[in-house]
Design a protein around this ligand. Sequence first.
Ligand code: AAT
Length: 277
Amino acid sequence: MKSDLWITEKQTEDLAISFRVKKTLHEEQTDFQHLALVDTYEFGRMLFLDNCVMTSIKDEFVYHEMISLVALNTHPNPEHVLVIGGGDGGAIREIVKHPKVKTATLVEIDGRVIETSKEYLPEIAAAFDNPKVTVLVDDGIKHIQENKNKYDVILVDSTDPVGPAVGLFASDFYKNVYDALREDGIMVAQSESPFMHQDLIKGIHNDLKHIFPLVKLYLAAIPTYPTGLWSFTLASKKHDPQKVNPEDIADTNTRYYNKNIHFAAFVLPNFAAEIFK
Ligand code: AAT
């Protein structure tokens, strides 16, 4: 008989998504947030932080490929890459596969996310032992303030703008990201749903446009995230993702991203393009 236990993310005051739970694998209150690892019938094992979906075994590849590979294949020489947040290791797993990457640094504020992901989500936390990888348990805001002219690509793989992640959506943070990037660096941040978070997306773009010459939104379908349609914001000092030579896109054995998706992801439906009008 199936269990009658469900885990629910309240996406807004008036909307929720529930997953029927096969088994609760782990639950704790860390120094930063409530952490739960559950096995679900529909999406396999899932990580929740403060009752919000962070990732699931079934659809994690979309998010992790899309947050990482668009920038890595836009930069002609992405040797040094930084991930802020992303303690599950999914972005890092995609980054180390790229042939041009020499170092991949992860700065995650909550060490318990890393440890529990290694234990319960080994398919996602698959590359922490790779020699290219350095893991720092620290506040990403602080790391960005302390490092200048260092990275080719910075990915902000953060929780929603509440709690420790609020500062990762602030204009001062983006200025420091600009300075932490080398002269032709690129930043990508997860920027929530264009159905629900238009004001947030607009704010991010307004802030970034004052700092970077090129700012673009791109989309991907992520069923376990609110509304299932997710956005990423790319800010670049020089290289334009839409002017990449398709021949230069590395084949890193992906399940969502490919040469056509690289360009198609930037084609916005009218309602999403209107966010910027
Ligand atoms: N890879 C998809 C999973 C995430 S997790 C985001 C991570 O950001 C969390 O582990 C959280 O601990 C970390 N984090 C939050 N604030 C900071 C900070 N200031 N410095 C470093 N790490 C931080 C993203 C899920 C997106 C959810 C969409 N609904």
